[in-house]
Design a protein around this ligand. Structure first.
Ligand code: URA
Length: 182
């Protein structure tokens, strides 16, 4: 799958990317985090969430007692949109199958949707992030918790409190699932 992604020419982002960003981490992870799309640093390094927002996301994981190596981190889009503009519907559509297959392969116990774009596309809704956060949703059978994007939290640090509340809720959901699935 990773090779297939690396060779993908399904949309025009393949013409402007430096490389694809497949995702990194544990391929049998219990926790899967899904963000929006690679930015400049990610496009350069070939890994998700390695810029400033990524640093904060790593800190948020650490506060939960998780390392980047034990979770799996991916994005809705595998290629950087030029100038970090929002992903276009046709790009999301072209890329969706890759994420579906990643989720099926990893079969995580819980998914964290990082930011509005990830949440709306995973959950097939146009509800606002303000509405989506704070509750537990489902992708197929898998519980999905929505959090504010760390890039937003860097601009609005007062919202970090809500993000931490959402992560604590995710930890509770995870504990309640128990150890009977894997
Ligand atoms: N923002 C995202 O949503 N994903 C990344 O990989 C980096 C920044």
């Amino acid at each position: 799958l990773q090779e297939e992604v690396a060779e993908c020419r399904r949309c025009s982002l393949s013409e402007t990317r430096t490389q694809t960003v497949f995702g990194t981490g544990n391929k049998q992870a219990d926790w899967m985090l899904i963000g929006e799309a690679p930015g400049q640093s990610e496009d350069r390094e070939g890994k998700p969430f390695v810029g400033k927002a990524g640093f904060l996301l790593t800190e948020m994981l650490r506060a939960m007692g998780l390392s980047r190596d034990e979770v799996f981190i991916a994005n809705i889009l595998k290629c950087r949109p030029p100038n970090n503009r929002d992903p276009k519907p046709d790009e999301i559509q072209s890329c969706a199958e890759f994420l579906q297959r990643q989720i099926a392969e990893i079969n995580p116990r819980i998914i964290i949707a990082v930011g509005r774009v990830a949440a709306q596309n995973l959950l097939h809704t146009d509800a606002s992030i303000g509405k989506l956060r704070g509750g537990v949703h489902r992708y197929r059978e898998i519980p999905v918790v929505v959090i504010y994007h760390p890039a937003y939290l860097l601009r609005s640090p007062l919202e970090k409190r809500k993000a931490w509340k959402d992560l604590q809720m995710a930890m509770k959901v995870f504990r309640d699932i128990g150890n009977n699935r894997k």
